[in-house]
Write a protein that binds this ligand. Structure first.
Ligand code: SF4
Length: 287
């Protein structure tokens, strides 16, 4: 629980605050950008929530903070915000919130699918989410985009008898991976396409659903255009760019759903052009 005595000086006056245990993962900012700001390697409350919608977003951020660094002295009921998680993105795609310290606050997603539900990367293990996933029909597949986002995936897999999908190059010793991707070619599973995208890590994967929803792990995100985390590339940056270029053929992508970064919708058909723009910017920056 966040502590008032550790309240950061950057917070505006009012009941809502971030304390000094913040690890600057940005999860709160992606959920409630109007409420949270960032400065000097930390986040803070820049505006206290006023509307019902702002309060719900603030409370979803509070619940999703991996280090419990967000506080609200007014102690308003929070059950409604909890019940809104997993939260609908569009159609049958949800984001889970409740991020884990073990994945540095990475976002995870849930797809309610008639042939069995999917979890994409892992939220923290909580009794609440276990119950919610049960109510929603369980978890048939757990897709892990790369090794940094494992968090509690294997605990969820044990509970729901899920098949874990991961690339061999990130799977590491001792992990029980049921569908181990070994090659660098895309694999179709019904409406899902598993796309190897080495670069950020050697075994990074993206998942494309219905040709429209692209789950990118830490491979690609959107902020004023498509972007890659050049300073957080653990394997090979040139290979990461080649992997981004490979995604151009998926012309119908509308949603960029990263582990780190906000979810973002683009107009159908502009995705290949956005990749070209990003690569041109990178080439001019690094030439
Ligand atoms: S979610 Fe929590 S740890 Fe992450 S930036 Fe916000 S306050 Fe800090």
């Amino acid at each position: 629980m966040a502590q008032q005595k550790k309240r950061l000086p950057y917070n505006v006056d009012g009941p809502c605050f971030v304390d000094s245990t913040c690890i600057d993962c940005s999860s709160c900012d992606w959920i409630a950008p109007d409420i949270f700001g960032a400065q000097d390697g930390t986040h803070y409350v820049k505006k206290n929530p006023e509307t019902v919608q702002e309060l719900e977003r603030f409370q979803m951020s509070l619940l999703s903070c991996p280090t419990n660094s967000i506080g609200d002295q007014s102690k308003r009921p929070i059950r409604k915000a909890l019940d809104s998680l997993p939260h609908l993105v569009e159609e049958d795609v949800y984001f889970c919130g409740l991020t884990s310290h073990r994945s540095f606050g990475a976002q995870s997603y849930f797809i309610k699918h008639p042939d069995g539900n999917w979890l994409i990367d892992s939220p923290k293990m909580t009794p609440y989410l276990i119950e919610r996933f049960k109510e929603l029909g369980g978890l048939k597949y757990i897709f892990i985009s790369h090794q940094d986002n494992v968090a509690d995936a294997f605990h969820y897999a044990e509970i729901f008898k899920s098949s874990v999908i991961m690339h061999l190059n990130d799977a590491g010793a001792g992990l029980k991976v049921d569908i181990c991707i070994k090659k660098d070619v895309a694999i179709e599973m019904g409406e899902f396409t598993i796309i190897p995208t080495p670069g950020h890590t050697q075994g990074s994967l993206c998942l494309l659903y219905k040709g429209k929803f692209l789950f990118t792990g830490d491979h690609l995100y959107f902020e004023n255009g498509l972007n890659v985390f050049s300073e957080y590339c653990w394997f090979d940056f040139e290979e990461q760019i080649l992997s981004v270029e490979k995604l151009k053929k998926y012309t119908e992508v509308e949603w960029i759903l990263p582990g780190h970064g906000g979810k973002h919708k683009i107009e159908r058909g502009v995705f290949p052009h956005a990749i070209d723009q990003m690569i041109a910017t990178i080439k001019s920056t690094y030439k």
